[in-house]
Write a protein that binds this ligand. Sequence first.
Ligand code: ATP
Ligand code: MG
Length: 562
Amino acid sequence: MDRSEGTGHFIRDLIAEDVKKGTFGGRVHTRFPPEPNGYLHIGHAKAICLNFGMAAEFGGLCNLRMDDTNPSKESEEYVEAIKRDVRWLGFDWGDRLYYASDYFEQLYDYAVQLIKAGKAYVDSLSPEEIRAYRGTLTEPGKESPYRNRSVAENLELFARMRAGEFAEGSHVLRAKIDMAAGNINLRDPVMYRILHVPHYRTGTKWCIYPTYDFAHCLSDSIEGITHSLCTLEFEDHRPLYDWFLEQLGVHHPKQIEFARLNLSYTVLSKRKLLTLVREGHVRGWDDPRMPTLSGLRRRGYPPEAIRAFCERIGVAKRNSVVDISLLEHCVREHLNRCAPRVMAVLRPLRVVLLNYPEGQVEELEAINNPEDPAMGTRKVPFSRVLYIERDDFREQPPPKYYRLAPGREVRLRYAYFITCVDVVKDPQSGEVVELHCTYDPATRGGDAPDGRKAKATLHWVSAAHALEAEVRLYDRLFLVPNPDEESDFTAVLNPKSLEVLRGCRVEPSLAQAAVGDRYQFERLGYFCVDPDSRDGQLVFNRTVTLRDTWAKIEKKLQEGQE
Ligand code: ATP
Ligand code: MG
């Protein structure tokens, strides 16, 4: 991976310093620890790029770890999707795919060790009582009457919890720290709770499950992680992370927090994304309107563009909202370089060239990508009957409309100058159904030998040769920049986020297109072949339009600074 343009950030600096000082023997070992209870999204991409990126940059390793300690919402489907998405994004965990659930036995032993050291106890208060005893930010907590149970009694009760003798909520194992601690996380946090729920990997072997705070630090420790990078909401949990590892005297990684990615017009909480899927607001986790990696992939976002985006937003310690147009800008930047240009007509209007010989077909040369001559050229068939974009013709052109109109001449890209001589309408509805035009044979290739200019160049396809296609146009999924601020985020869904166009026509070279291939449809935007495509019926997703709002924002910012 190209890390050469990496920008500086505080985590890179901290790790560089550790490497220089020889902390952890100069080793760098990170991990990406998703919980398999949903699909990965663009926010996770930030964490993935950071963890794998730092490891790669410092010659270290990065593990993929399923943080699967909460059986009620986890599944194998999510595990497989997570693996696919991390790989697609361009990262490799080698043979280091781990599961927190593989550590259950060891975690249990650690818990027993803490009980024996008088650092953990079985509490038998109800969940409501535990909450009430915890106190508030301004009031200290109250000690549980069970706090001073003997080691022997705690060991026995904990063993019986494991054996399945108790109902959910009847007992928990808690760390014995300090009920008066200013940091509420240190007020005897729960380490284990009883859950009579089978786990997708361990089945019914366990009915007690460790909490995040207990499992995470020890999973990091077991794997020999050096730098445990996590999002800001865990900052207040760091003293606890450190406490468990210190009490047990085991390998002690450094937890470092960074701000999570928030994106305008987008929700990134798994719970909310699950709601969108469950309630049918989208077609699934990989709906091209979803900010999931599988959705972005289906939409046509290249992994390179997502990595470039993660690099550009950087890593900071303060939460902020990133403008979604920056992500779209990165996608355009990549596709502009890599995507072949083709011609496609989304809303076809028939054009008959009256003076073009019936039955004649010319193969005209078209450039595949003006940004990259190495991508070469291709042949596009031209004939007497064509389609142009309905929007490229106006019977009564408004001011500054330079495209086709009665009596007016325009250029057809790579082809000829044509002039509109007649308009055919549906006698009933009055709708324009066909244009009659003449072409100028002297302008082959699109240049007039007498130097006359065309004010507009239109894309087109040959009616007899074009392939029919369905094109799906996407707009923002939400109407407001910050849907997370709404009490009901589904109330601000954009009802027009999907528009399906059928009967579109694309040039015949696309007969070779495979699912996932990305193209620029000239003048229209970038499009990607959808898996719904069948033989003889291509389906395209619009990835992004050509209009780059971020470039405008950036320009304004620069002007403002001058
Ligand atoms: P939830 O949406 O329920 O809070 P989560 O997004 O934290 O869940 P995890 O599976 O726990 O889901 O996330 C895995 C890793 O990705 C964690 O280390 C987490 O900090 C990181 N992560 C999650 N969301 C973001 C985000 N928006 N930006 C950066 N990192 C994120
Ligand atoms: Mg989480």
